[in-house]
Design a protein around this ligand. Structure first.
Ligand SMILES: CC(C)(COP(=O)(O)OP(=O)(O)OC[C@H]1O[C@@H](n2cnc3c(N)ncnc32)[C@H](O)[C@@H]1OP(=O)(O)O)[C@@H](O)C(=O)NCCC(=O)NCCS
Length: 392
């Protein structure tokens, strides 16, 4: 780290709140103070003349990647005081935070960008997740009614079990076991009318009804399914609101046929997208297994890949990967590379966000197609999706 950069401590709270005011306009309300105080040990600050000029917080949590539950970092509260912008502070702090995250086993970093181009130049790639749709329930598939039961009590008690069966099928699904936020609490405390929750063994959905001038609006806050029967069950319960509800707002998984079928007519402006970065090639690769989506072992040949990563020099270089059913052996090599991949292309291949041909077309991969196919196969037959309640 540069001499004027350091991890924040308890004495930095006032400076941190002052900086936040200038970037996010948040008042330093009492309620937020505890959460902000807890962030300080995970925050990297740049100081100019003894004053905090820029900050990056790396939240620690666990999430699923290719069917394995792994520790990850997530950048939030990225800010530079207006008078210190464009001096390179954030670019420097993010690198320091990524580097520090390696000791904590963070192979990946996720963030929700204000502008994808800003983070793209530092090696994050946009990955598809939910497609926000607004449509009458009649426009959703009928599904199969009566398969999910209403669950009362806390959200965790009602939904954690089906969630835990769903999450491994999705790369970047939060484990919801660790982290500075608690999706279950957010689902308990969603403002306005009480949250209705329905669950079965392999599927769940949480929603809120709201009266509006144009009729009743149903907001789906969280949803997931492990298999086709679970999917039918979720559409089935939403179908039950036909005739009662004027419009359903939901984030459909981007690769679900519902998203593809309805996107043109029913897509609405959503939140900032999700971006992912391979924070540490060796750590991320080690957790990737040679398995299909049902965890059956695949026979994947070893390969040598040259990774281009000008921002995180510990990744930049040539690696020999030997995939196995329990993980991938990774070692630096001087051998000749079968393929060359930009670190953004690596994030797309390993997360299942894109196929080799897509990454090649973007200019982020070249070389032997068999090596690229192996890198893509390490996604374990999964694709990205992260529930909107897991946003940080
Ligand atoms: C976005 C923000 C964090 C950038 O901080 P910063 O310290 O000025 O960033 P850096 O100086 O490290 O900028 C790195 C590069 O990005 C460019 N950049 C800075 N702000 C940018 C912006 N708003 N849009 C696009 N590029 C930008 C810089 O010119 C620099 O490029 P260069 O190296 O080619 O000169 C800062 O403007 C800010 O606090 N904004 C308000 C809060 C916010 O939106 N935070 C992001 C939440 S996801």
């Amino acid at each position: 780290m540069s001499p004027n950069d350091r991890v924040l401590g308890p004495d930095d709270l006032d400076g941190y709140l002052r900086l936040r005011e200038g970037s996010f306009g948040y008042p330093a309300g009492d309620e937020a103070l505890d959460a902000f105080r807890a962030r300080l040990p995970n925050s990297f600050g740049a100081f100019v003349d003894g004053e905090l000029a820029a900050v990056v917080t790396q939240h620690p949590y666990r999430a699923w990647a290719a069917g394995a539950c792994v520790p990850m970092g997530g950048f939030g509260g990225v800010a530079t005081a207006p008078e210190h912008r464009r001096a390179g502070h954030v670019a420097r702090l993010m690198r320091a935070a990524l580097d520090a995250g390696r000791a904590k086993g963070f192979g990946w970093n996720l963030l929700y960008p204000f502008d994808a181009a800003f983070y793209g130049r530092y090696g994050w790639a946009s990955v598809p997740t939910g497609v926000p749709l607004a449509l009458p329930p009649e426009r959703l598939p009928p599904g199969v009614p009566g398969r999910l039961a209403r669950v009362d009590g806390s959200a965790r008690a009602g939904l954690a079990a089906p969630y835990a069966r769903f999450a491994p099928t999705r790369t970047f699904a939060d484990a919801r076991t660790e982290g500075p936020w608690d999706a279950w609490e957010d689902l308990d405390e969603a403002p306005g009318q009480r949250v209705l929750r329905f669950a079965g063994t392999d599927a769940f959905v949480a929603m809120k009804l709201r009266d509006e001038a144009a009729g009743v609006r149903l907001d789906v806050l969280d949803l997931g399914w492990r298999d086709a029967a679970g999917r039918d069950a979720v559409w089935g319960i939403l179908s039950a609101f036909r005739g009662q509800v004027a419009v359903v707002h939901l984030e459909a998984p981007w690769d679900d046929p519902v998203a593809a079928d309805r996107q043109r007519a029913h897509a609405v402006a959503g939140h900032a997208g999700l971006m992912a970065r391979v924070a540490d090639v060796a750590t991320a690769a080690a957790a990737l297994r040679a398995v299909a989506d049902d965890d059956a072992a695949l026979d994947l040949a070893p390969l040598v890949v040259k990774v281009i990563d000008g921002y995180a020099p510990w990744n930049d270089g040539t690696w020999r990967l030997t995939p196995g059913p329990d993980g991938t052996e990774v070692e630096p090599t001087r051998g000749r590379a079968d393929a060359t991949v930009d670190v953004r292309g690596l994030a797309l291949l390993w997360s299942g966000a894109a196929a080799p041909a897509d990454v090649r077309r973007a200019g982020w991969a070249e070389g032997d197609g068999r090596a690229l196919a192996t890198l893509a196969a390490l996604s374990g037959g999964r694709r990205p999706f992260r529930s909107p309640v897991d946003r940080f």
